[in-house]
Design a protein around this ligand. Structure first.
Ligand code: EZ4
Ligand code: CO
Length: 402
Protein backbone atom coordinates (compact mmCIF):
# COMPACT_ATOMS: atom_id res chain seq x y z
CA UNK A 1 0.00 0.00 0.00
CA UNK A 2 1.22 3.51 -0.84
CA UNK A 3 0.13 7.05 -0.02
CA UNK A 4 -1.43 8.32 -3.24
CA UNK A 5 -2.92 11.69 -2.42
CA UNK A 6 -3.03 14.18 0.48
CA UNK A 7 -5.37 17.13 0.93
CA UNK A 8 -5.27 19.97 3.45
CA UNK A 9 -8.83 21.07 4.23
CA UNK A 10 -9.46 24.41 5.96
CA UNK A 11 -13.01 24.96 7.18
CA UNK A 12 -14.81 27.30 9.59
CA UNK A 13 -18.08 25.77 10.86
CA UNK A 14 -18.26 28.36 13.66
CA UNK A 15 -14.49 28.28 14.20
CA UNK A 16 -11.49 27.39 12.05
CA UNK A 17 -10.17 23.84 11.69
CA UNK A 18 -7.32 22.47 9.56
CA UNK A 19 -7.58 18.80 8.59
CA UNK A 20 -5.18 16.57 6.65
CA UNK A 21 -6.73 13.78 4.61
CA UNK A 22 -4.47 11.01 3.33
CA UNK A 23 -5.62 8.62 0.59
CA UNK A 24 -3.88 5.39 -0.31
CA UNK A 25 -3.65 3.67 -3.68
CA UNK A 26 -5.95 0.95 -2.28
CA UNK A 27 -8.69 3.42 -1.40
CA UNK A 28 -8.22 3.48 2.39
CA UNK A 29 -8.27 7.03 3.79
CA UNK A 30 -7.19 8.54 7.10
CA UNK A 31 -7.60 11.99 8.65
CA UNK A 32 -5.64 14.05 11.15
CA UNK A 33 -6.20 17.39 12.92
CA UNK A 34 -3.69 20.21 12.31
CA UNK A 35 -5.54 23.10 13.98
CA UNK A 36 -3.41 25.70 15.80
CA UNK A 37 -5.80 28.32 17.15
CA UNK A 38 -5.15 31.76 15.63
CA UNK A 39 -2.25 30.44 13.50
CA UNK A 40 -4.16 27.99 11.30
CA UNK A 41 -2.74 28.94 7.90
CA UNK A 42 0.86 28.61 9.09
CA UNK A 43 0.29 24.90 9.71
CA UNK A 44 -1.78 24.48 6.53
CA UNK A 45 1.08 26.00 4.50
CA UNK A 46 3.72 23.93 6.33
CA UNK A 47 1.77 20.81 5.41
CA UNK A 48 1.08 21.77 1.79
CA UNK A 49 4.52 23.11 0.97
CA UNK A 50 6.85 20.94 3.07
CA UNK A 51 5.13 17.73 4.17
CA UNK A 52 2.66 16.58 1.52
CA UNK A 53 5.28 16.38 -1.28
CA UNK A 54 7.39 14.03 0.90
CA UNK A 55 4.45 11.76 1.78
CA UNK A 56 3.36 10.72 -1.69
CA UNK A 57 4.54 7.19 -2.48
CA UNK A 58 5.43 6.29 1.14
CA UNK A 59 4.18 3.18 2.93
CA UNK A 60 1.37 4.37 5.28
CA UNK A 61 2.06 1.43 7.64
CA UNK A 62 5.43 2.96 8.69
CA UNK A 63 4.10 5.36 11.32
CA UNK A 64 7.21 5.58 13.52
CA UNK A 65 9.56 5.95 10.56
CA UNK A 66 7.40 8.71 9.07
CA UNK A 67 7.31 10.50 12.43
CA UNK A 68 11.12 10.37 12.71
CA UNK A 69 11.47 11.45 9.07
CA UNK A 70 9.32 14.55 9.62
CA UNK A 71 10.91 15.39 13.00
CA UNK A 72 14.61 14.73 12.39
CA UNK A 73 14.41 15.25 8.65
CA UNK A 74 13.30 18.89 8.90
CA UNK A 75 16.53 19.75 10.75
CA UNK A 76 14.51 22.57 12.45
CA UNK A 77 12.94 20.72 15.36
CA UNK A 78 9.97 21.25 17.65
CA UNK A 79 7.65 24.27 17.84
CA UNK A 80 3.84 24.31 17.61
CA UNK A 81 3.63 24.71 13.82
CA UNK A 82 5.97 21.82 13.02
CA UNK A 83 4.58 19.54 15.72
CA UNK A 84 0.94 20.17 14.76
CA UNK A 85 1.79 19.30 11.15
CA UNK A 86 3.54 16.09 12.26
CA UNK A 87 0.56 15.32 14.51
CA UNK A 88 -1.88 15.51 11.60
CA UNK A 89 0.16 13.02 9.57
CA UNK A 90 0.55 10.73 12.58
CA UNK A 91 -3.19 10.71 13.41
CA UNK A 92 -4.10 10.02 9.78
CA UNK A 93 -1.65 7.09 9.62
CA UNK A 94 -3.03 5.55 12.85
CA UNK A 95 -6.52 5.99 11.36
CA UNK A 96 -5.41 4.09 8.23
CA UNK A 97 -3.68 1.37 10.27
CA UNK A 98 -6.86 0.83 12.30
CA UNK A 99 -9.02 0.64 9.19
CA UNK A 100 -6.63 -1.84 7.54
CA UNK A 101 -6.63 -3.98 10.71
CA UNK A 102 -10.39 -3.62 11.17
CA UNK A 103 -9.80 -2.40 14.75
CA UNK A 104 -10.39 0.82 16.70
CA UNK A 105 -7.06 2.55 17.40
CA UNK A 106 -7.26 1.91 21.17
CA UNK A 107 -6.97 -1.82 20.42
CA UNK A 108 -3.72 -1.20 18.54
CA UNK A 109 -2.42 0.71 21.59
CA UNK A 110 -2.90 -2.28 23.90
CA UNK A 111 -6.65 -2.35 24.46
CA UNK A 112 -8.90 -0.90 27.12
CA UNK A 113 -7.45 -0.05 30.56
CA UNK A 114 -10.81 1.31 31.82
CA UNK A 115 -14.52 1.31 31.02
CA UNK A 116 -14.75 4.95 29.92
CA UNK A 117 -12.82 8.21 29.79
CA UNK A 118 -13.76 10.57 32.64
CA UNK A 119 -14.21 14.07 31.26
CA UNK A 120 -14.69 17.50 32.76
CA UNK A 121 -16.85 20.32 31.46
CA UNK A 122 -16.53 24.10 31.78
CA UNK A 123 -18.88 25.97 34.11
CA UNK A 124 -18.42 29.68 33.61
CA UNK A 125 -20.34 32.81 34.54
CA UNK A 126 -19.72 36.38 35.57
CA UNK A 127 -20.93 35.98 39.18
CA UNK A 128 -20.67 33.25 41.81
CA UNK A 129 -24.47 32.88 42.03
CA UNK A 130 -24.69 32.29 38.28
CA UNK A 131 -21.76 29.88 38.24
CA UNK A 132 -23.49 27.64 40.82
CA UNK A 133 -26.34 27.23 38.29
CA UNK A 134 -23.78 26.39 35.60
CA UNK A 135 -22.03 23.77 37.75
CA UNK A 136 -25.42 22.24 38.46
CA UNK A 137 -26.16 22.08 34.74
CA UNK A 138 -23.09 19.83 34.28
CA UNK A 139 -23.95 17.72 37.31
CA UNK A 140 -27.44 17.17 35.83
CA UNK A 141 -25.83 16.15 32.52
CA UNK A 142 -23.91 13.45 34.42
CA UNK A 143 -20.46 15.05 34.65
CA UNK A 144 -18.22 13.91 37.51
CA UNK A 145 -15.75 16.77 37.13
CA UNK A 146 -16.28 20.48 36.41
CA UNK A 147 -13.90 23.37 35.76
CA UNK A 148 -15.10 26.60 37.37
CA UNK A 149 -14.26 30.12 36.09
CA UNK A 150 -15.92 33.39 37.09
CA UNK A 151 -15.51 37.07 36.40
CA UNK A 152 -13.29 39.08 38.75
CA UNK A 153 -14.86 42.21 40.31
CA UNK A 154 -13.30 45.29 38.72
CA UNK A 155 -12.19 43.54 35.51
CA UNK A 156 -14.32 43.99 32.37
CA UNK A 157 -13.54 40.52 30.95
CA UNK A 158 -11.84 37.43 32.32
CA UNK A 159 -10.35 34.34 30.69
CA UNK A 160 -12.83 31.46 30.51
CA UNK A 161 -16.03 33.50 30.95
CA UNK A 162 -18.31 33.95 27.95
CA UNK A 163 -21.88 34.84 27.03
CA UNK A 164 -22.47 31.35 25.60
CA UNK A 165 -23.03 28.76 28.28
CA UNK A 166 -21.95 25.38 26.92
CA UNK A 167 -19.53 26.87 24.39
CA UNK A 168 -16.47 29.04 24.85
CA UNK A 169 -14.28 30.40 22.08
CA UNK A 170 -11.59 32.88 23.07
CA UNK A 171 -10.37 33.63 19.50
CA UNK A 172 -13.00 36.31 19.00
CA UNK A 173 -11.63 38.93 16.58
CA UNK A 174 -9.62 39.15 13.36
CA UNK A 175 -7.05 41.28 15.17
CA UNK A 176 -6.48 40.32 18.81
CA UNK A 177 -8.83 41.97 21.30
CA UNK A 178 -7.27 43.31 24.50
CA UNK A 179 -8.18 42.34 28.07
CA UNK A 180 -7.10 43.92 31.36
CA UNK A 181 -5.68 41.88 34.24
CA UNK A 182 -5.15 42.53 37.94
CA UNK A 183 -3.55 39.79 40.04
CA UNK A 184 -4.47 41.26 43.45
CA UNK A 185 -8.20 41.36 42.59
CA UNK A 186 -8.06 37.81 41.24
CA UNK A 187 -6.27 36.39 44.28
CA UNK A 188 -8.72 38.14 46.63
CA UNK A 189 -11.77 36.82 44.77
CA UNK A 190 -11.04 33.23 43.74
CA UNK A 191 -10.94 31.32 47.09
CA UNK A 192 -14.44 32.61 47.93
CA UNK A 193 -15.76 31.19 44.65
CA UNK A 194 -14.55 27.70 45.51
CA UNK A 195 -15.79 27.97 49.10
CA UNK A 196 -19.32 28.49 47.72
CA UNK A 197 -19.06 25.80 45.04
CA UNK A 198 -17.65 23.16 47.42
CA UNK A 199 -20.27 24.02 50.01
CA UNK A 200 -23.09 23.70 47.46
CA UNK A 201 -21.97 20.44 45.80
CA UNK A 202 -20.24 18.49 48.58
CA UNK A 203 -16.95 16.57 48.53
CA UNK A 204 -17.74 14.11 45.69
CA UNK A 205 -17.59 16.43 42.68
CA UNK A 206 -14.16 16.94 41.13
CA UNK A 207 -13.45 20.69 40.85
CA UNK A 208 -10.81 22.27 38.63
CA UNK A 209 -9.65 25.79 37.88
CA UNK A 210 -7.55 27.29 35.06
CA UNK A 211 -5.22 30.15 36.04
CA UNK A 212 -4.15 30.51 32.38
CA UNK A 213 -0.49 31.41 32.98
CA UNK A 214 -1.13 34.69 34.86
CA UNK A 215 0.81 34.35 38.13
CA UNK A 216 4.39 34.22 39.36
CA UNK A 217 5.47 31.12 41.33
CA UNK A 218 5.01 32.75 44.74
CA UNK A 219 1.57 34.11 43.77
CA UNK A 220 0.60 30.65 42.52
CA UNK A 221 1.82 29.19 45.82
CA UNK A 222 -0.47 31.57 47.67
CA UNK A 223 -3.45 30.70 45.46
CA UNK A 224 -2.80 26.97 45.86
CA UNK A 225 -2.61 27.32 49.65
CA UNK A 226 -5.80 29.36 49.81
CA UNK A 227 -7.63 26.71 47.72
CA UNK A 228 -6.48 23.74 49.84
CA UNK A 229 -9.68 23.61 51.99
CA UNK A 230 -11.76 23.09 48.80
CA UNK A 231 -9.71 20.09 47.61
CA UNK A 232 -9.35 20.93 43.92
CA UNK A 233 -8.45 18.14 41.52
CA UNK A 234 -6.07 20.58 39.91
CA UNK A 235 -4.92 24.16 39.50
CA UNK A 236 -4.09 24.54 35.81
CA UNK A 237 -1.27 26.55 34.22
CA UNK A 238 -0.56 28.60 37.36
CA UNK A 239 2.51 30.24 35.75
CA UNK A 240 3.96 30.42 32.24
CA UNK A 241 5.94 27.19 31.95
CA UNK A 242 9.06 28.04 29.98
CA UNK A 243 10.95 28.06 33.30
CA UNK A 244 10.34 24.50 34.47
CA UNK A 245 12.39 24.94 37.67
CA UNK A 246 9.98 27.70 38.74
CA UNK A 247 7.47 25.01 39.73
CA UNK A 248 9.71 23.94 42.63
CA UNK A 249 8.67 27.05 44.50
CA UNK A 250 4.96 26.27 44.03
CA UNK A 251 5.51 22.68 45.19
CA UNK A 252 7.30 23.75 48.36
CA UNK A 253 4.21 25.66 49.51
CA UNK A 254 1.03 23.89 48.50
CA UNK A 255 -0.65 20.49 48.20
CA UNK A 256 -3.12 21.73 45.56
CA UNK A 257 -2.31 19.50 42.56
CA UNK A 258 -0.85 21.19 39.48
CA UNK A 259 -1.74 20.51 35.81
CA UNK A 260 0.31 21.97 32.95
CA UNK A 261 0.99 21.41 29.30
CA UNK A 262 -1.63 22.60 26.80
CA UNK A 263 0.92 24.79 25.01
CA UNK A 264 3.72 22.21 25.08
CA UNK A 265 4.71 20.52 21.89
CA UNK A 266 7.33 17.91 22.81
CA UNK A 267 8.44 15.81 25.77
CA UNK A 268 11.34 18.26 26.21
CA UNK A 269 8.91 20.97 27.35
CA UNK A 270 7.92 18.86 30.37
CA UNK A 271 10.95 16.64 30.97
CA UNK A 272 12.02 18.43 34.17
CA UNK A 273 8.43 18.98 35.32
CA UNK A 274 7.85 15.23 35.11
CA UNK A 275 11.17 13.80 36.28
CA UNK A 276 11.31 16.11 39.34
CA UNK A 277 7.62 15.41 40.09
CA UNK A 278 6.85 19.13 39.91
CA UNK A 279 3.40 18.53 38.40
CA UNK A 280 0.59 16.01 38.92
CA UNK A 281 -1.10 16.06 35.50
CA UNK A 282 0.45 16.64 32.08
CA UNK A 283 -2.00 18.31 29.70
CA UNK A 284 -0.23 17.83 26.36
CA UNK A 285 -2.52 17.51 23.37
CA UNK A 286 -2.50 14.99 20.59
CA UNK A 287 -2.58 17.76 17.94
CA UNK A 288 0.03 20.15 19.34
CA UNK A 289 2.43 17.51 20.66
CA UNK A 290 3.18 15.41 17.62
CA UNK A 291 0.22 13.04 17.41
CA UNK A 292 -0.55 9.71 19.07
CA UNK A 293 3.05 8.50 18.66
CA UNK A 294 4.62 11.35 20.64
CA UNK A 295 1.76 11.84 23.13
CA UNK A 296 2.11 8.22 24.21
CA UNK A 297 5.85 8.75 24.64
CA UNK A 298 5.18 11.72 26.97
CA UNK A 299 2.58 9.79 28.97
CA UNK A 300 4.90 6.78 29.30
CA UNK A 301 7.62 9.01 30.80
CA UNK A 302 4.98 10.58 33.07
CA UNK A 303 3.85 7.15 34.30
CA UNK A 304 7.33 6.45 35.71
CA UNK A 305 7.01 9.56 37.91
CA UNK A 306 3.39 9.14 39.07
CA UNK A 307 2.22 11.96 36.80
CA UNK A 308 -1.13 11.32 35.14
CA UNK A 309 -2.58 12.55 31.85
CA UNK A 310 -5.08 15.41 31.72
CA UNK A 311 -5.25 16.23 28.04
CA UNK A 312 -6.44 19.58 26.79
CA UNK A 313 -9.76 19.31 24.94
CA UNK A 314 -10.95 22.83 24.14
CA UNK A 315 -13.15 23.57 21.11
CA UNK A 316 -10.12 24.54 19.04
CA UNK A 317 -9.20 20.84 19.01
CA UNK A 318 -11.34 19.35 16.25
CA UNK A 319 -13.43 16.19 16.70
CA UNK A 320 -10.53 14.39 14.98
CA UNK A 321 -8.23 15.29 17.88
CA UNK A 322 -10.93 14.47 20.41
CA UNK A 323 -11.33 11.00 18.91
CA UNK A 324 -7.56 10.42 18.80
CA UNK A 325 -7.18 11.59 22.41
CA UNK A 326 -9.94 9.21 23.55
CA UNK A 327 -8.18 6.18 22.06
CA UNK A 328 -5.00 7.13 23.96
CA UNK A 329 -6.95 7.91 27.17
CA UNK A 330 -8.69 4.55 27.10
CA UNK A 331 -5.48 2.58 26.62
CA UNK A 332 -2.79 4.14 28.84
CA UNK A 333 -2.28 3.01 32.45
CA UNK A 334 -1.82 6.52 33.89
CA UNK A 335 -4.90 8.30 32.56
CA UNK A 336 -6.13 11.12 34.83
CA UNK A 337 -8.87 13.25 33.26
CA UNK A 338 -9.83 14.48 29.79
CA UNK A 339 -11.08 18.01 29.12
CA UNK A 340 -14.24 18.01 27.00
CA UNK A 341 -15.76 21.14 25.53
CA UNK A 342 -18.67 20.35 23.29
CA UNK A 343 -18.49 21.40 19.64
CA UNK A 344 -21.34 23.21 17.91
CA UNK A 345 -23.85 21.32 15.76
CA UNK A 346 -22.24 22.78 12.62
CA UNK A 347 -18.83 21.39 13.65
CA UNK A 348 -20.29 17.98 14.54
CA UNK A 349 -21.98 17.85 11.12
CA UNK A 350 -18.68 18.56 9.31
CA UNK A 351 -16.92 15.88 11.40
CA UNK A 352 -19.31 12.91 11.86
CA UNK A 353 -17.94 10.79 14.71
CA UNK A 354 -18.55 7.65 16.72
CA UNK A 355 -17.48 8.88 20.17
CA UNK A 356 -20.28 9.49 22.63
CA UNK A 357 -20.87 10.95 26.09
CA UNK A 358 -22.58 8.78 28.70
CA UNK A 359 -22.74 9.12 32.48
CA UNK A 360 -19.77 11.47 32.74
CA UNK A 361 -17.62 9.30 30.49
CA UNK A 362 -16.66 9.57 26.83
CA UNK A 363 -16.30 6.39 24.77
CA UNK A 364 -14.35 6.43 21.47
CA UNK A 365 -16.64 3.81 19.91
CA UNK A 366 -15.78 0.60 18.08
CA UNK A 367 -15.39 1.80 14.48
CA UNK A 368 -12.09 0.76 12.85
CA UNK A 369 -9.48 3.55 12.97
CA UNK A 370 -10.20 6.77 14.84
CA UNK A 371 -13.97 6.61 14.25
CA UNK A 372 -14.26 10.13 12.84
CA UNK A 373 -14.65 11.45 9.31
CA UNK A 374 -14.77 14.77 7.46
CA UNK A 375 -17.71 15.65 5.19
CA UNK A 376 -15.77 17.59 2.56
CA UNK A 377 -18.88 19.04 0.91
CA UNK A 378 -20.14 20.39 4.21
CA UNK A 379 -16.62 21.67 5.03
CA UNK A 380 -16.50 23.59 1.73
CA UNK A 381 -19.57 25.60 2.76
CA UNK A 382 -17.61 27.28 5.59
CA UNK A 383 -14.64 29.31 4.27
CA UNK A 384 -11.76 30.29 6.56
CA UNK A 385 -12.23 33.41 8.69
CA UNK A 386 -9.19 35.06 10.35
CA UNK A 387 -9.47 34.97 14.17
CA UNK A 388 -6.86 35.70 16.83
CA UNK A 389 -6.60 34.92 20.53
CA UNK A 390 -6.81 37.94 22.87
CA UNK A 391 -3.84 39.65 24.49
CA UNK A 392 -3.74 40.76 28.10
CA UNK A 393 -2.46 43.98 29.71
CA UNK A 394 -2.01 44.97 33.34
CA UNK A 395 -4.03 47.98 34.56
CA UNK A 396 -1.04 50.28 33.81
CA UNK A 397 -0.85 49.03 30.20
CA UNK A 398 2.05 46.55 30.54
CA UNK A 399 1.65 43.54 28.27
CA UNK A 400 1.02 40.43 30.40
CA UNK A 401 0.50 36.70 29.76
CA UNK A 402 -3.02 35.88 28.52
O1 EZ4 B 1 -7.31 29.01 26.07
O2 EZ4 B 1 -7.62 26.28 23.81
O3 EZ4 B 1 -7.96 24.71 29.25
N1 EZ4 B 1 -8.27 25.24 28.24
C1 EZ4 B 1 -7.77 26.39 27.78
C2 EZ4 B 1 -8.28 26.83 26.42
C3 EZ4 B 1 -7.25 27.68 25.67
C4 EZ4 B 1 -7.57 27.61 24.19
C5 EZ4 B 1 -6.53 28.36 23.38
O4 EZ4 B 1 -6.68 28.10 22.02
O5 EZ4 B 1 -6.96 26.99 28.43
O6 EZ4 B 1 -9.50 27.52 26.57
CO1 CO C 1 -6.17 25.74 29.99
Amino acid sequence: MKIADCRVIVTCPGRNFVTLKIETDEGVTGIGDATLNGRELAVATYLTEHVVPALTGRDPARIEDTWQYLYKGAYWRRGPVTMSAIAAVDMALWDIKGKVAGLPVYQLLGGRSRDGVTVYGHANAETVDEVLTEVDRYVQLGYRAVRVQTGVPGLATTYGVSKDRLFYEPADAAVASEATWDTASYLAHTPGVFARVRDAFGPGLKLLHDVHHRLTPIEAARLGKSLEPYALTWMEDPVPAELQQGFRLIRQHTTTPVAVGEVFNTVWDCQQLITEQLIDYVRTTVVHAGGITHLRRIFDLAALYQVRSGSHGATDLSPVSMAAALHVDLAIPNFGLQEYMRHTEETDAVFPHGYRFENGYLHPGEQPGLGVDIDEEAAARYPYRPKALPVNRLVDGTLHDW
